[in-house]
Design a protein around this ligand. Structure first.
Ligand code: UD1
Ligand code: UDP
Length: 379
């Protein structure tokens, strides 16, 4: 059964954190513009400030906002709040489909609450697997749970499609759509082109660090809390000691990140620890950075699209495409390794050029439209 009368297919899109919002706003835009659908949006508020930054720039206005973030929330309490809150919204909305993205607690609880109501789930960014349930933790298991539940799997690449087929997922439900992050990146780039002031807020830092090599840093992974964060801070301090290097570090709002970084780097010259950037300003940082040091998932996808070398401070990655493309390299969380790999890129021009090639294994910017069409085709 495809789409019937215009507006008859009710899609409830659910998200709660910054990366989900970035990767789902292009789909919400597409659903809203498509008369085949009645698009409804529920945000859990798993993140508050960082979610609101994306809602504001994208213009997405949720129909429901559960506002359930609590300071330093635990996984179990968060998941319990999500399950009951999202379930109530589904009871009210009676959707034909629930859409979730990626691997967060919001996505997993959204899929589970839909399953409890026998509402089919569309999983955006399906089939990412590291093969290690503790790296990334708890996202690897969240994805597997969603993968078991979903009726429609939107795999970003052939690699992710292959991972699902290896798990005996019905091939008729698995489609390679590309990753909507490329849609988002193209959208924000075009928007900055029209309104450059949207990304002009870094100009003071750009002046302060003029002539220096810029390293952009983000970090937030739960499995890196403690020793890993300390090692990352140590590596940043050592890299910033180079006279020609400056670090711009928009810090995640998680207190487990901030406590370590404030203490370790608060007094280091040429390290600018700043508040999380909204998406246009982060796109600007990607543009001005010589290289990125990150444990983020999304940044591993954006950097290859922009030809920015990215050193991934994780033991494993479920996004091998960036590594295969040569733009990303896994360096783990050993300070010596991070420093020596970054130094190699700063000192060896050929090594730098070998990584700084724009390559886009993650999509063509048309993923959202493909997902709309799939939602229509699948009953
Ligand atoms: C969450 C996701 C992770 C994703 C990451 C993206 C889970 C289990 N984790 O991790 O998969 O990669 O988001 O950033 O779903 N906080 C704020 N304001 C904000 C956001 C967070 O103050 O806007 C603080 C709060 O104290 C909150 C804490 O950060 O309790 C942790 O937030 P949470 O969403 O549980 O975990 P993240 O580490 O952000
Ligand atoms: N990002 C942003 N501002 C920042 C840091 C990151 O807008 O200060 C964007 C980045 O471009 C990417 C996404 O946030 O699209 C990644 O989010 P995060 O690292 O929090 O989560 P992950 O991708 O690891 O789940």
């Amino acid at each position: 059964m495809g789409c019937g009368m215009p507006g008859t297919k009710r899609i409830l899109t659910i998200f709660g954190t910054r990366p989900e919002a970035i990767k789902l706003f292009p789909l919400v835009h597409a659903l809203e513009a498509d008369e085949r659908f009645d698009s409804r949006v529920c945000v859990s508020g798993q993140h508050r400030g960082m979610l609101d930054q994306v809602l504001e720039i994208s213009g997405v206005k949720p129909h429901h906002d559960l506002d359930l973030m609590q300071p330093d929330q635990t996984l179990d309490a968060l998941t319990a709040r999500l399950l009951t809150g999202l379930g109530s919204v589904m009871d009210e909305e009676q959707p034909d489909w629930v859409v979730v993205q990626g691997d967060t607690a919001t996505a997993m609880a959204g899929a589970l609450a839909a399953y409890y109501r026998k509402v089919p789930v569309c999983h955006v960014e399906a089939g990412l697997r590291s093969g290690n349930i503790y790296h990334p933790w708890p996202e690897e298991v969240n994805r597997k749970i969603i993968g078991d539940i979903a009726a429609l799997h939107c795999a970003p690449t052939e690699t992710s499609r292959g991972a699902l087929l290896k798990e005996n997922t019905d091939p008729g439900t698995v489609h390679v759509t590309g990753n909507t992050v490329i849609d988002a990146l193209q959208w924000v780039t075009a928007k900055i082109g029209q309104e450059p002031q949207l990304a002009s807020g870094l100009s003071d830092l750009e002046t302060r660090f003029a002539g220096k090599r810029i390293i952009g840093v983000t970090t937030h992974r739960r499995e890196n809390f403690g020793e890993g964060m300390q090692a990352i801070a140590d590596a940043i301090r050592r890299l910033a000691a180079r006279p020609e290097v400056a670090v711009i570090f928009p810090m995640h709002l998680n207190p487990n990140v901030r406590a370590v970084m404030d203490e370790a780097l608060g007094d280091v010259e040429d390290v600018a620890m700043i508040e999380p950037l909204d998406y246009p300003h982060f796109a600007r940082l990607l543009d001005i950075a010589d290289l990125m040091l990150t444990d983020s998932g999304g940044v591993q996808e954006e950097a290859p699209a922009l030809g920015k070398p990215v050193l991934v401070m994780r033991e494993t990655t479920e996004r091998p495409e960036g590594v295969e493309a040569g733009t990303a390299k896994l360096v783990g969380t050993d300070a010596d390794v991070i420093v020596s790999e970054a130094n190699r890129l700063l000192d060896d021009h050929d090594a730098y050029l070998a990584m700084a090639r724009a390559h886009n294994p993650f999509g063509d910017g048309k993923s959202a439209q493909r997902i709309c069409d799939l939602l229509c085709e699948h009953s």
